[in-house]
Write a protein that binds this ligand. Structure first.
Ligand code: GDG
Length: 484
């Protein structure tokens, strides 16, 4: 094991995430530049990064050579390079076709492929090596998500002086499902290299604690895991830190005159309907888009929503090289066509389906234009769309139908909670959300807005980093404090 002196870099805070928070822009002269991609995570971590000399280690999203350190939009970045084979095996394979379905309760069948596992280890090693080389003595390293679960231990093996936090953005499944993973022991061991493990819900943390007992043989007490017995051991804490959105920024966008005007225009373009239902999701089988469409189709057949109703469904393109996603797209599009075929009148289809990606302003205008937002995942770590909708509704109008299988359901008590598998229950909730009195709708929206305003993404990051700061580290003598 090498000590801090021969491996240490200059950065006091290192974020390690699968993706860099920038998009590649092709310039007219043939060159490329990088534009910061706005998102909640960057917004929350940017101030911390500035204060603590931070660097963000990530991948650009395509096959290519290592970019190394560079700067974009005032952020210090380090681009890890992946070969085409690693993109296929690590990202498209092990991340999107093994871990993603497994961690979402096997809604789709996970594929267990030994070559993909080799690529997963290789890529994790690359990220770990980059992070270990950039961190200053006693630095804080925050690793993100299921793509990088082996990184905490790999960093720990190179650097015993740093503080390591890990946050899992997606659910952690119950042990009976997790146990299917042929490499379950290595994954749990990888995570246990961290000092603090953050999950979206208490249940996810509980599932991990159980996995660490069963797959690793660790001892646990409350939220603390003792990964090694008998020796001077480093405790690991596993707890819930529900992520959120940048509420104030979202409200500010929604309040812009052009955005509010665009919301009115959207309703006009839709033919000035009495009722606008809205769904916005990445086109992913976890999001329950088909369950929602089928419930809506039945409500139209039964005439329970009134003739002047439309559903706008944005399904932004996602993981299009993975087979299950191609199949889902076909199924969604056939279902939309069937509903429109059966119920449309000339010039007024009941479903407006948009397989596109929109700028934030257009998203905000859509949120404002809706009467009822439909968020019906079969399983979702948190679901930021539901919180973005609430944060954008400064007018305090609009209702939310929300699946109980999302992390957001723990916090958004003002929503109409549903089990998306229960078609009758889902239909009933949509009708209630659409017909509830204005005063009651406002009361619910206000309560949700209070929650999302107070527990925003900055609060999430600060709470996690504070807990990480309090975690006893492996080498507390030289371990510095986590940035606040
Ligand atoms: C994972 C977990 C957890 C979507 N279409 C457009 C667009 N989006 C943005 C939304 C939202 C984000 O993408 C989606 O976030 P979600 O949380 O809803 O879902 P996942 O992508 O599955 O995220 C999830 C999250 O990580 C954070 O921890 O909540 O459970 O699965 O921000 O607004 N944004 C723009 N145009 C689009 O067309 N600009």
């Amino acid at each position: 094991m090498s000590g801090p002196d021969d491996r240490a870099g200059d950065y006091g805070f290192v974020v390690v995430a699968s993706r860099l928070p920038v998009d590649r822009v092709e310039e007219a002269d043939g060159g490329t530049s990088w534009r910061p991609s706005p998102g909640g995570l960057v917004a929350a971590l940017e101030p911390v990064m500035r204060k603590a000399d931070g660097v963000w280690v990530g991948w650009t999203g395509g096959a290519g050579p290592e970019l190394g350190a560079f700067e974009a939009g005032g952020l210090q970045l380090f681009g890890v390079g992946l070969s085409a084979e690693q993109v296929r095996g690590h990202y498209e394979g092990f991340c999107n076709a093994t871990l993603w379905p497994l961690y979402h309760d096997v809604i789709a069948q996970p594929v267990f492929d030994r070559d993909w596992w080799d690529r997963y280890q290789e890529v994790n090693r690359r990220f770990a090596r980059a992070a270990a080389g950039l961190a200053a003595p006693g630095a804080t390293i925050w690793v993100h998500d299921y793509q990088l679960q082996l990184v905490p231990r790999m960093i720990r093996e190179q650097r015993s002086d740093v503080r390591i936090g890990f946050f899992n953005h997606i659910p952690f499944p119950c042990y009976e499902i997790f146990a299917q993973l042929p490499w379950r022991r290595q994954v749990v061991g990888g995570l246990l290299g961290a000092d603090l493990l953050g999950f979206q819900r208490r249940n996810d943390a509980g599932n991990f604690l159980r996995a660490s007992r069963r797959a690793w043989g660790a001892l646990t007490r409350g939220s603390t895991v003792r990964p090694e017995r008998g020796r001077q051991v480093r405790p690991v804490r596993a707890a819930a830190f529900p992520i959120s959105v940048d509420s104030a920024a979202l409200e500010q966008i929604a309040r812009q005159q052009e955005v509010t005007a665009r919301a009115r225009e959207i309703r006009d373009l839709l033919g000035d309907p009495d009722l606008v239902l809205l769904g916005i999701d990445r086109l992913d089988y976890t999001k329950g888009i088909l369950h929602r469409l089928n419930a809506y189709g039945e409500l139209l057949s039964e005439g329970r929503l009134g003739p002047r109703t439309v559903l706008v469904q944005v399904a932004s393109p996602s993981r299009e090289r993975v087979e299950a996603y191609r199949a889902l797209r076909d199924e969604v599009e056939v279902t939309v066509s069937r509903i429109n075929g059966e119920h449309a009148e000339l010039g007024s289809p009941p479903v407006h389906y948009l397989h596109q990606t929109y700028p934030r302003e257009e998203m905000a205008a859509l949120y404002l234009a809706a009467d009822v937002m439909l968020v019906t995942p079969l399983r979702d770590g948190m679901n930021l769309v539901s919180k973005e909708y609430v944060a954008s509704r400064y007018d305090e109008n609009g209702t939310l139908v929300l699946s109980e299988f999302t992390g957001a359901a723990d916090e958004l008590g003002g929503a109409f909670l549903v089990n998306p598998y229960d078609t009758e229950g889902l239909k009933g909730a949509i009708v209630r959300a659409a017909t509830i009195g204005r005063a009651e709708a406002r009361r619910r929206m206000r309560a949700m807005r209070r929650r999302v305003a107070e527990y925003d993404v900055a609060h999430w990051a600060a709470t996690f980093l504070e807990a990480l700061n309090q975690a006893p580290t492996g080498d507390s003598a030289s371990g510095g404090a986590a940035p606040g």
